[in-house]
Write a protein that binds this ligand. Sequence first.
Ligand code: SF4
Ligand code: SF4
Length: 96
Amino acid sequence: MKQVYLKNVSTLTLDSEKCTGCGMCTNVCPHNVFSIQDNTAVINDKDLCMECGACEKNCAFDAVHVKSGVGCAAGIIYGTLRGTEPTCNCSGGGCC
Ligand code: SF4
Ligand code: SF4
């Protein structure tokens, strides 16, 4: 099943000028956000990104950035750890 989160809220950015096309981001992304086309990474669907941070941590060329620790995934994790309802506060209404 294809999971899609809130539209146009992901902080994910890709700098194609720095990308070498090594493919590491395609290996580590759990949601297949990236693919390699013409030796450069491209974002297939930014709205699939759960801001886990794996791509940024594993890109050796500083080509990808994302603000991890926020968003729906973080809201669910923090809620589970705290025993509270998950919320990322992005809409103030508990969207997670
Ligand atoms: S890990 Fe970085 S350099 Fe490698 S393909 Fe992905 S964005 Fe490009
Ligand atoms: S932050 Fe996670 S889900 Fe988003 S593009 Fe990077 S690896 Fe994929």
